[in-house]
Design a binder for this molecule. Structure first.
Ligand code: ADP
Ligand code: MG
Length: 373
């Protein structure tokens, strides 16, 4: 067995700007269960976004807290505190930023960390804000250092120093900003430097959604898309949506297509099941790639431990694809574990694929020998 590639049990997720992940996002965009928006998502999401806090489904704690923050600011006639939204892609961060602006009756300006290459880019945006405007900074963890430092001052004192000229002759011209609300979004709250994190008055952690909440999302979207859906059909889609509204909405659209072509357009449980079988999204939301990884781990390596590179070769994929595209969900679902000795399958993985684990594989924690294999 290959032991040389097992030292990376800590995932590569800690890299700040991750070109490999960027490429993967592109190549994985065709996956039905990808939580990052593809072109079609972007086109339809505007129509599906809840417009105010009442319409926003789930995330009860976040909604309640945010409601208080915004109400209090409105009552004071003040601009709301800066808000940081953290959570996985597709959980509603962009939607919430727009809701914050709508609830405050304020315009919103949308930009993102990667779009701000130089401090000057940020200065240009900040200096053109209106009083009370919401500035939505998506992927705030990917902003450049100099821009970040300018942002500290802007958030705290509503002021920036604009540097004019170069070299020894350069001078800093202070510029007053109107009060504004920064809404930052990040998938990696842990990567934000503490001074930046501390400057947000309110931080909301978005959790994955419960199936019942996703059912409500699906019913709501079906209404907006003018699709007829039965409760069992919605439940079937919700269970395969990986806790993510964006995926739920995407699966709904694919099932709708199937229902229109193969049936009378109504989404029943049977139609949802048949459609998602065609699209290879299984009962737990695993797709072809996820299942291939799991199957290789179980059938070829007896449930592991096996090194990442070996596993990747076995499924004919890049290491990074296995590690960054397939594994995070498998780990989250408790189907696969990363250990210092390699990847191992959990008992739930055997059960999910309907296979019986060999007696020695069930311990899965390096203590197999104790059970006398
Ligand atoms: N709580 C929610 N209720 C209803 N729809 C939601 C909710 N959260 C997200 N969505 C839907 O999911 C899609 C993705 O949401 P978005 O705000 O773009 O996620 P993020 O910015 O976190 O990636 C949008 O189309 C939105 O309509
Ligand atoms: Mg977003």
């Amino acid at each position: 067995m290959n032991w040389d590639d097992t030292t990376d049990a800590a995932p590569a997720a800690e890299r700040l700007v991750d070109p490999a992940a960027e490429r993967l996002v592109d190549s994985a965009a065709e996956r039905l269960v990808d939580s990052v928006a593809d072109r079609e998502d972007q086109a339809v999401e505007a129509a599906l976004r809840p417009k105010d806090l009442n319409e926003f489904i789930g995330q009860e704690k976040v909604r309640e807290q945010l409601d208080l923050v915004l109400r209090a600011a409105r009552a004071r006639g003040a601009t709301a505190d800066h808000v940081l939204l953290s959570g996985a892609p597709g959980l509603g961060k962009t939607t919430l930023s727009m809701i914050i602006a709508a609830e405050m009756g304020a315009p919103i300006r949308i930009t993102s960390g990667p779009a701000i290459q130089h401090a000057g880019d940020l200065a240009a945006i900040l200096s053109s804000l209106q009083e009370g405007e919401v500035l939505f900074l998506d992927e705030i963890h990917r902003m450049s250092r100099p821009a970040e430092e300018m942002l500290y001052m802007a958030m705290e004192d509503f002021r920036v120093d604009v540097i004019v000229g170069k070299g020894p002759g350069a001078t800093a011209i202070p510029l007053e900003l109107p009060p504004f609300t920064l809404v930052g979004a990040t998938t990696r709250a842990g990567l934000l430097p503490p001074p930046l994190r501390d400057r947000f008055g309110f931080t909301a952690h978005m959790e994955f959604y419960e199936p019942a909440e996703l059912e409500r999302v699906i019913h709501r979207s079906a209404r907006l898309l003018d699709v007829e859906i039965e409760p069992e059909g919605a439940a079937e889609i919700a269970g395969r949506s990986r806790g993510t509204p964006r995926i739920a909405n995407r699966l709904l659209r694919r099932v709708r297509d199937y229902a229109q072509v193969k049936a009378d357009g109504v989404i029943t449980r049977e139609i949802a099941r048949a459609a998602l079988a065609v699209y290879e999204v299984d009962s737990r939301g695993l797709d072809r790639l996820d299942r291939a990884v799991l199957e290789a781990l179980l059938k070829l390596f007896g449930g592991g431990p096996v090194g990442l590179s070996t596993l990747a070769v076995a499924v004919g994929e890049e290491r990074e694809t296995v590690e960054e595209v397939a594994e995070p969900f498998l780990v989250r679902e408790g189907l696969l574990a990363r250990t210092p000795r390699g990847r191992i399958a959990t008992p739930a993985a055997w059960a999910h694929l309907g296979l019986t684990p060999p007696r020695s594989a069930t311990a899965g924690n390096g203590q197999q020998d104790l059970f006398g294999a």
